[in-house]
Design a binder for this molecule. Structure first.
Ligand code: FES
Length: 76
């Protein structure tokens, strides 16, 4: 049953990022974030796991409303 489900591309959230991997896991050291980092949540970025703005095209084409996760430091 799992194999049949896996082959059903229509249900995939991730269309093409690291499809050769069993699971896509990325990490980032907090010390490397600097002022802010913008992380992709639409799975369409060519710079995944970072956002490259591809979500705008995806939203226009599909009517979806996805956008990035922005992690930044509080301004002191
Ligand atoms: Fe995926 Fe921006 S490109 S959220």
């Amino acid at each position: 049953f799992l194999c049949a489900k896996k082959k059903s591309k229509g249900n995939w959230v991730n269309p093409e990022v690291k499809k050769e991997d069993a699971k896509v896991v990325d990490s980032c050291d907090i010390e490397d974030i600097g002022e802010k980092k913008v992380f992709c949540r639409c799975w369409r970025s060519a710079l995944f796991p970072y956002c490259d703005g591809a979500h705008n095209k995806h939203n226009l084409e599909t009517g979806d409303n996805v956008g990035p996760l922005i992690i930044g430091r509080k301004k002191s």
